[in-house]
Structures are given as C-alpha cells and as structure tokens.
Design a protein around this ligand. Structure first.
Ligand SMILES: C[S@@+](CC[C@H](N)C(=O)[O-])C[C@H]1O[C@@H](n2cnc3c(N)ncnc32)[C@H](O)[C@@H]1O
Length: 279
C-alpha cells in the first residue's frame, strides 16, 4: 500500500517534470536507463539525474526544433551512444511527439546496442536505429545526418564524431568532450616560447584538454560552422563539462582557418584532427 502510494506520487512528480505525452511509457524508459530507481521512485539521486537530462534537453531543443522545421524526416546521429540515453530522451520528448525524424545511435559495444534495440522495441520507438560500429567507419543509410551529438565520447572519439559530422554533411553538432589525452601527450617535452603553460603534468593535462577543445572549435569554424561553447554543470561523469554547439552557415571560413594555422604553429603541435583540414 505504502509502495503504491510512493509510486503514485513519483508518477505525479514525474509528469510535472517530464513533459512527455505517454508518462507510463516514460516511467518504464527512465527505469531502464537508471534515471528512475528500479521501483519507479524518485529519490534525491534520480531527481538530480532527471534534472540534468532535462537541462541538456533544453540546451539541445532549439537545434532539434530547427532541424524538424528544415526537413520532413530529419536524421539525428548520436555517436559513442553508450546506453543511448540521450537518443531515448530526445525521442521521448521531441521526435516522438513530433511524429517524424529518425535517431541513429552508433556504439562499438555490441551488448549495449542489443540492449538499446530491445528497449526501443519495447517502448515502440520505431524510428530509432542502432549501429554496432566504430564512429570512424560508421556510415548512415543515405550517408546524411542533419544533426550529430557525441556526449562523453572519450578522447579522440570526439574527433571521429567531428569527421563523421563533416562526412555526413551535418548542419548541427553538439559535443561534450571528455578525457582529452592526445594533446597532453603531444605537449610533453615540447619546447617553445609558451612551454611554461604546460610544464607540470597536471597543467599539461588541463591545458592540453582545454587546447583540444579550442582546436576543435576552430576546426569547425574553419569549415563554416558558427560555434558556441557553454558550460554544462554536473553531468554524470565529471563536475564540469564543456558543451560545444556548432551550426553550419557556410562551406568554409578562411579567417578561422588562419587563426587555427597560427595557433598550431605557435604551439608546435599537430593533433590528428587536423587531417580534416587537408580535404
Ligand atoms: C563515456 S561513455 C558515454 C556514453 C553516452 N554517450 C553517455 O553520455 O551516457 C562512451 C561510450 O562511447 C563508446 N565509444 C568510445 N569510443 C568509440 C568509438 N570510437 N566508436 C563508437 N563508440 C565508441 C564507448 O563504448 C562508450 O559506450
């Protein structure tokens, strides 16, 4: 009895917080994604997770709304999808109610892909598809995506996501990078006028991670994207996250290209992502 009362009140609170049309379905979904507790209740932890997911949805909503306006059947690709919670949430809250639009989730781990596939089937999310493949070699049917998201795609997997977005001519990109390890490694032992900036290992890690995202932003700008970088506080794995939002307005931007060239030559580093500048 007490448990039923607790579930009923969780459902009421959830329907206030979670603006989905099918709250029964959403409860099953959020339980599977461990956003709600196993018995469907909202505790302090699940309330916090729910708010974070909703906050991210709010940040991405304008891009998804624009994508839905521009295309009859827009394609969203979520890369390094893990359990695909972002794809599920965006489908439940935006693409599902819109009645159109396709989500493709790309993830290397076969068992996660299979789990997500069966969850999508049980939720009736028939416009969700899952590819068990590395981002670097994944190609969507039709070879096009309107929007690409990559949330915590570790280290250079975020660079693969940028290459994927360029290959699929995605107009919109949202990245939350993590574990940037390539540049800290390249900076080690690098001498030059600025080398005091990365003298100690912790500084190399922090500065290298920051520089990685600066270079990613410039690479996108050089490809004609307008880039906005904002902070996403408290999302899952770390306390502080950078959200890089990009929208393409032109084919290329020579000024941004010049800034990028100057920066990498001043620092004397050549991260792998620069290969996209040769295409
Ligand atoms: C830290 S998890 C993030 C999962 C999800 N995006 C999220 O934010 O909850 C990173 C996921 O990316 C996957 N991954 C890492 N590198 C990848 C690659 N190159 N191609 C496809 N998936 C990759 C991992 O298997 C893992 O599931």
């Amino acid at each position: 009895m007490a448990r039923e009362r607790k579930q009923a009140s969780a459902k009421d609170t959830l329907s206030e917080l979670w603006p989905s049309q099918r709250s029964e379905n959403s409860i099953a979904l959020l339980k599977s994604l461990h956003i709600l507790t196993r018995d469907g209740a909202l505790n302090a932890d699940s309330r916090r997770k729910l708010k974070q997911v909703l906050h991210l949805t709010q940040l991405l909503r304008p891009s998804l709304d624009a994508m839905l306006q521009e295309s009859e059947n827009p394609v969203l690709a979520d890369l390094g999808a893990g359990k695909s919670y972002l794809g599920f949430v965006l489908y439940d809250l935006i693409l599902g109610p819109a009645g159109r639009g396709q989500v493709f989730a790309v993830e290397t781990r076969q068992e996660l892909v299979e789990h997500s596939r069966s969850l999508a089937a049980s939720c009736g999310f028939d416009r969700m598809d899952f590819l068990a493949a590395p981002i670097a070699t994944a190609t969507l049917p039709g070879g096009h995506a309107d929007m690409v998201t990559a949330l915590h795609a570790c280290d250079t997997a975020t660079d693969d996501a940028i290459r994927f977005a360029l290959r699929h001519e995605a107009r919109r990109i949202a990245l939350v990078p993590c574990c940037q390890a390539e540049l800290p490694r390249l900076l080690e032992g690098k001498r030059g006028p600025l080398n005091q900036l990365w003298r100690h290992p912790i500084q190399r890690r922090e500065f290298g991670a920051h520089l990685t995202n600066v270079i990613r932003g410039l690479v996108l700008e050089a490809h004609g994207y307008k880039v906005r970088v904002t902070e996403l506080v408290g999302l899952e794995h770390s306390l502080k996250n950078e959200l890089i939002l990009a929208e393409r307005h032109q084919r290329s931007n020579p000024l941004a290209r010049a800034e990028l060239d100057q920066l990498v030559s001043q620092l004397g580093v050549t991260p792998g992502l620069l290969d996209v500048m040769n295409g």
